[in-house]
Design a protein around this ligand. Sequence first.
Ligand code: NOJ
Length: 872
Amino acid sequence: MKLLLAIVFFISYGCAVKDYLFKTCAQSGFCHRNRHYAKEVANSANFTSPYSVNSIESNDGVITGVIVKDLPQLDVNIELPFEITIVEDSFRFRLSEKRDPIPGHVNSDRYNETEKWAFKDQLAVDRNVQLSKSHHQADVKYGNHEVIITFHPITFVFKYNGKEQLRINEQQFLNIEHRRSEEDNELHLLPQESSFDMFHDSFDDSKSDSLPLGPESVAVDFSLVGFSNLYGIPEHADSLLLKDTSTKEPYRLYNVDIFEYETDSRLPMYGSIPFLTATKPDASVGIFWVNSADSYIDIKKDTDSSTVHWISENGLLDFVVIIEDSPNKVTQQYGKITGFTQLPPLFSLGYHQCRWNYNDQKDVLDVHAKFDEYEIPYDTIWLDIEYTDNKKYFTWDKETFPDPEKMLNVLDRTGRNLVAIIDPHIKTGYDVSNEILKKNIAMKNSANEPYFGHCWPGESIWIDSLNPDCQNFWNKKHKQFMTPAHNIYLWNDMNEPSVFNGPETSAPKDNLFHGQWELRSIHNLYGLSYHERTYNALLDRLPSQRPFILTRSYFAGSQRTAAMWTGDNMSKWEYLKISIPMVLTSNVVGMPFAGADVGGFFGNPTNELLTRWYQTGIWYPFFRAHAHIDSRRREPWLAGEPYTGYIRDAIKLRYALLPVFYTSFYESSINGTPVLKPLFYENPQNLENYNIDDEFFVGNSGILVKPITSEGEKEVQFALPDDEVYYDFTNGVLGKVYKKGSKQEVGLDDIPILLKGGSIIPLKTRYRRSSKLMKLDPYSLIIALDKQGKATGKLYADDGETFTKGVEVNFSVDKNTIRATVTGEYLPIPIEKITIVSGHDLVTIANSHVNINSNWELPFEFTSTHIDHDEL
Ligand code: NOJ
């Protein structure tokens, strides 16, 4: 039976998305009921909301009060206590429900620990807030912000710098499904409500779960005043700009193993970040919905405003509203709450070579050697699930990998690393699962017994990574498995969690976790809790080494400890194209370390597609080629010439640009700046930038890229985000000024890039086998002056491995002098060559005798003419 299940799944794993496996809104009780409610409320001429603010008061900067849900005709009066705090200059609202315990049920509270996982730590409350109130409304003031709260019907109107930006509950979609039991004779329903699937899940009879706590959903509407450009709420295989869902399925956030996902889709995927942003030239808004349960988001766009209806299955009504001047500031404030990305170890920004699977030790070392033979740099080779002894994690297959330590040593000689996969499903019947059961740290079923399900190893149990007691065990297992190598890191996959025989390919929602919380409440943060345990285990093993972990499932806060990739895409042009908005969206919501499988996971790319994918992939912050076990081998040299040469050039360009990527990550790690940055972040004043998702900047470097993502494409036309001068920088070679609106010819060997006037970028251009071997290589600088003859740029450099802070160099040019201002310390690595361009003037300074760890000034004069400049 087990074998049969595994075979059935394996065969089906190669077919197109089975959307019937996933609930539509109409098939999901709580979403169905809330969409119905919204429709009825909108259509009722004289609807009176049952909710009103009953009390509100301020005590030392914390505002508390009670909202009452009053249904006198049904004899229902529910108290919903709330709290308003100002955290990181933003407005947080947190509402719960006063409930009596349910007899026989250990934990019947609304889940209130999402913040524990999502926030970077306990947030400091800003006491500088004023509350004034009258009979029917209250006024909350903090900084340049004001929120007017009307008591009945309840509305929150947000003003920033005196202008209205956001209205909450203007549509009266606020709905807190209060505690009731099926046995009650009356369900206490308003005429606007429906009782669809309140106590029984009817989606798939064979896999449905119980609903012991009945209906518990929370929902409310947000009207964004003057905003029609909305972004965020990944993960979806969709455009950067969010779409109107009035006639579509809502965007769903529910972490699932969605194989062969389709593009242009609002279906849920592997990760969820419940953070939505909206931008217009004079203000940007962020709504962070602090809830880890299954959620649906409806978006309605009018000419210049939008309404968002956010619906979650249970938990608190908890959200943070961020209103700032620019999108960058909104991403930054969100990062102050959930944490910024960890500065990744330098090697992890190099090229990663993966496939399912490298079969044995010899295979790994052969592939490794071929990179050097073909002079293609790479940093990391990966092992998928087959390296284990029968999918038992923390073991090696002794026949195929008889001496992993020797293999790791060979890799280490040229600075190469290994990443091995460890998933959260643990095969039953060996010491690791036996110990998990003994220690009582497995996920439980609704009867509070260990849950057994199916995944790669056949029958499996799942580690309850919410349980703090699992950390020591996890540390110990990693120590045993990984010691003594220093060049081994980890991949956490299938952590949605993926359960082959479970509802919607995950575990039943009534499964239980530490604290007796249902999976229903914590579902979207399970993946985060899992990769955080792994992160801690790696730190415990080597405290001074920055860990690297790739995770498939993630939540708000995952950026602190892991990189993500977009899962199982296909070797088709449309997946190459969609990878750009998907990675951009991840950057908008503070998770910059993102990438997509280069080449496509399922299928076999043509050589043209593979080449274009590498030329695009070098810009993903996380740059890894990966392929399904049934896909043909496609390491770069197999394509043959001219493709191999083009792929080599692309990878070498990534390595030359490593200082730019590392510096962008450094900036992101201190202020949240996207590493792959949409054009509207560079210039929010130009409305034409708002819908561009096939072009992007690399951080604040001024490098603007438009990858070729269509078959047979022969020319490229850039959209310029502003009026600055832009230089052609195709393939990393400085060319003439790019004339706005012009079309450039592109060959298959071309990677279209522009460099913005006013930028200074640091490069390392010598070919080395890995990033580690580039450590002492000199830098070169490219300086493109702006229309005023000025430029600025940044370099961050450190040892790339430990937590020791390095050196930050701020370069600037003004009045024909280059200046470097240095803070921090690092090695005195020389800058061997500086090229300065301004319109048609050019100067190259070789042997400048300056380095990166001291302040300096260097005057220059233009000495020659840069290539022809008919456009100037
Ligand atoms: C699913 C992952 O998405 C894929 O990348 C991996 O190769 C397979 N699991 C096997 O581990």
